[in-house]
Design a protein around this ligand. Structure first.
Ligand SMILES: [Zn+2]
Length: 480
């Protein structure tokens, strides 16, 4: 295998749409899914004489993202024109940041290396820029349509150091960055809606060599797993090329998911000169220390900190906390249930079990889940104090999902409250012994292992309402 003679070297560029109501340099809406070209104005259509005005909210969100990714926010950054011609770029340039970006020098931990130390991936820079419009090639036969709703939508570009060595690490890096951005609440981070996009730079070199090989850029990947597969395919291609005495050519490649392969891009991107120069219509962006300090002190709790706290506070395991903190909404739901019920373990079991099962079956999301955390906590308490059996609780939960009612109410309405009353249980036990004479005779003659079977009969007869502990005690007394 030729690939064992080479090491993969990967750096990723992640473009993220910021969660603003309006565009980066005009007041047009950023709503996704609006009819084509509705969200446009003279500024984002690049009509003569129109001047950009920077969206303060976009700067706030970009700064928050930078701080959350451990970057240093620069007191002065400069917007620049990145010149290129493309039909969906009406100005003929994109406003971006070049040699003086908003932030530099961050890092992200993506797990442990072989020696058990944190595996840190460096972030070279984080800069602000605007999105281009969209060319639509598949709507009108033989023609291309242009939708400029996206033109001018605020983005950040997060550029990593070439620190990634495997496609799996690239996937882990992307999932970590996405999770941090979700916790920071700066973006919807939806690859389907284009609010998160990834370009990958990849080169290969013999292990131990410090000099980087010639890199190619791979674009057009629509999921994190597509990024991983594209990296594998391009790694394979470069290794084979070098082994056969060839040279890797610096170029832009497009991932073809259907064929699981990369192909050269028709445009000559990567080789051209963007002729960056400072945007004359925008002042340098200045953020003072106090403003940065305020932003830092208002950062929400990030995934790593939350995991540590939940483990400590609620006695759940590291594996469990990984699942619970997958999204901030799920983590918040769990925490509310655990806090109100005072039982982290039961809260974990119910949230990961019943709650997620309902959400998966209905493709719902936890933010709009009908059973509120306080009500689920109340249900857990009813189980703990013996008012509801576990079986009955599941039935009550299903009805809570359906009706939105409180658990005590549902349990009372359905007659599911657990019966601890001796007489009632004794009656059920007698009936069961009568109805199953053979098992009863063997049990009374000393065959103790039949007790479980008989308890099962009683539970069934009582529709899950009998308190199993009392049933066992009564049967033991009879079996004497
Ligand atoms: Zn506009």
């Amino acid at each position: 295998m030729s690939r064992e003679r080479y090491e993969m070297v990967v750096g990723l560029e992640v473009h993220v749409q910021l969660k603003t109501r309006t565009k980066a340099f005009c007041g047009c809406s950023t709503d996704f899914g609006a009819p084509p070209n509705v969200n446009t104005c003279p500024v984002c259509l690049a009509l003569p004489g129109a001047l950009p005005v920077l969206n303060e909210r976009a700067v706030e969100l970009a700064t928050r993202a930078a701080l959350g990714l451990g970057c240093k926010v620069n007191p002065v950054s400069i917007f620049a024109r990145k010149n290129y011609f493309y039909p969906d770029l009406p100005k003929g340039y994109q406003i971006s940041q070049f040699d003086q970006p908003l932030a530099t020098g961050g890092s992200v931990a993506i797990g442990k290396d072989d020696a058990g130390a944190d595996l840190q991936i460096g972030i070279t820079r984080l800069h602000m820029e605007e999105d281009a419009g969209k060319s639509i090639h598949d709507r009108y036969p033989g023609a291309t349509a242009i939708d400029l709703n996206r033109a001018g939508v605020p983005l950040i570009e997060i550029v990593s150091e070439p620190d990634l060595r495997t496609s799996a690490d690239a996937g882990a890096y992307l999932r970590t960055v996405k999770q941090i951005l979700q916790y920071l609440d700066v973006s919807d981070v939806s690859m389907e809606e284009g609010s998160l996009r990834v370009d990958a730079n990849i080169s290969v070199r013999p292990p131990g060599q410090t000099k980087l090989g010639t890199k190619t850029e791979v674009k057009n990947m629509n999921s994190f797993s597509a990024v991983e597969r594209a990296l594998e395919a391009e790694f394979e291609r470069q290794c084979a090329l070098l082994d056969s005495g060839g040279r890797v050519e610096q170029q832009t490649l497009l991932w073809d998911g259907a064929r699981e392969t990369v192909r050269p891009s028709r445009t000559k991107e990567g080789s051209h000169d963007y002729r960056y120069f400072p945007e004359p219509d925008l002042l340098p962006l200045k953020v003072d220390e106090k403003w940065i300090g305020d932003a830092r002190s208002h950062l929400p709790e990030l995934p790593d900190a939350r995991k540590k706290r939940l483990v400590q506070e609620f006695g759940i395991s590291l594996v469990e906390v990984e699942q619970l903190t997958a999204t901030p909404a799920l983590a918040e739901y769990f925490e509310a249930v655990a806090r109100v019920s005072g039982d982290g373990k039961a809260a974990y079991n119910w949230v990961m079990g019943e709650v997620l099962a309902v959400l998966r079956a209905s493709s719902g999301d936890i933010t709009h889940f009908r059973v509120r955390p306080a009500d689920l906590a109340q249900l857990l308490n009813l189980v703990r104090d013996g008012t509801l059996s576990h079986t009955a609780a599941k039935r009550v939960f299903a009805l809570m999902v359906e009706t939105g009612k409180q658990p005590a109410q549902v349990a009372a309405d359905e007659g599911l409250l657990q019966v601890g009353d001796e007489d009632a249980i004794a009656t059920w036990v007698d009936e069961v012994l009568r109805e199953h004479p053979e098992e009863a005779a063997r049990y009374l003659a000393g065959e103790k292992k039949l007790q479980g079977v008989l308890v099962g009969f009683v539970m069934k007869k009582s529709k899950g309402r009998a308190d199993p502990k009392r049933v066992n005690q009564l049967l033991s007394a009879r079996g004497g």
